[in-house]
Design a binder for this molecule. Structure first.
Ligand code: C2E
Ligand code: CA
Ligand code: CA
Ligand code: CA
Length: 274
């Protein structure tokens, strides 16, 4: 038993070391990909509950090296944040959004995720302004989603920068509403255009009645202060029907389309969900 204990400890040790080494290698590869603008974006359709038509796409970061395997976007983002590359990645994302709108002649909106760490320095505002000017894209076609991946350190600075960005005609969404830092406080501080209801509420929809009541109340609250509501993670027709009846204005999820390279959506006819 003693020997076996010793052995399994060694095996455990080796496996841990191998895992740490792999993690380290992956992190370095992500850093390199980020530095060289080699990360890619997939696009996920967002549809209107009222018309069933696709009104936009959300852009989600992907590491092309792991194209066939699922590699969590959250991890790419935390590596970028920890290595002070989030500003670079964020600016690249804005440029990609605008160049794709132009290249595909998109009439839909494109939503770009923005980390709180990008805000408060004026860097994002300057980049957005220049990119809009350079491409001539209608600013109303760009939406920024404020994600809650990290703590908002300078709340006032961040909100001021968002206000300036909004003045350009760009719309702003609060992401993952109901979780983490995305609280009622935020709604009071900033005139968001859209509230995105976190997938966790949609997931519980069919299991408990409370989630349905919360979603209806949040959709009504949003409507009353002039905001639209996008329900995230809509996977089934049943969820879709309940959310539609709850007063949400938009839907996003695998039912309507999985994130994919933008070209995929122009190879076949647009589906309508009514
Ligand atoms: P998010 O902004 O809440 O994005 C929605 C996530 O839900 C995406 O995960 C999407 O693939 C996934 N999703 C969409 N519909 C469904 C569904 O019906 N079922 C299920 N199970 N999942 C669904 P993803 O792509 O892994 O991204 C994770 C998070 O990483 C995002 O959450 C966002 O916070 C962050 N992220 C992704 N791209 C970027 C980026 O370019 N910049 C920043 N700052 N954050 C990003
Ligand atoms: Ca988002
Ligand atoms: Ca979200
Ligand atoms: Ca999220």
């Amino acid at each position: 038993a003693k020997a076996r204990g010793g052995n399994s400890f060694e095996i455990f040790d080796e496996r841990m070391a191998a895992e740490l080494k792999l993690r380290d290698e992956e992190n370095h590869a992500i850093i390199e990909a980020c530095r060289n603008n080699q990360l890619e974006f997939h696009f996920q359709p967002i549809c209107s509950f009222q018309t069933g038509a696709r009104i936009g796409f959300e852009m989600l970061v992907r590491w092309p090296e792991k194209n066939d395997l699922w590699f969590p976007a959250d991890r790419i983002i935390s590596v970028a944040e920890e290595n002070r590359l989030i500003d670079l990645l964020g600016k690249y994302a804005i440029s990609c959004a605008l160049s794709n709108i132009k290249a595909y002649g998109l009439t839909e909106k494109v939503s770009v995720n923005v980390s709180p760490l990008q805000l408060g320095k004026g860097e994002l505002l300057a980049h957005v302004k220049a990119a809009i000017k350079r491409t001539g894209v209608n600013p109303a076609q760009l939406e920024l989603e404020l994600t809650e991946s990290s703590v908002l350190l300078d709340v006032n600075g961040a909100m001021e920068e968002l206000i300036e960005i909004k003045k350009l005609g760009i719309t702003i969404a609060i992401d993952d509403f109901g979780t983490g830092f995305a609280t009622l406080d935020y709604l009071n501080m900033f005139p968001f255009d859209r509230l995105k209801i976190d997938r966790s509420f949609v997931l519980k929809l069919l299991r408990d009645q409370q989630s349905g009541a919360i979603i209806s109340a949040v959709a009504a609250l949003a409507r009353n202060i002039g905001m639209e509501t996008t329900a995230e993670g809509v996977e089934t027709q049943e969820q879709y029907d309940i959310l539609r009846a709850s007063g949400c204005t938009h839907a996003q999820g695998y039912l309507l389309g999985k994130p994919a390279p933008l070209s995929v959506f122009f190879n076949h006819e647009t589906k309508l969900y009514a």
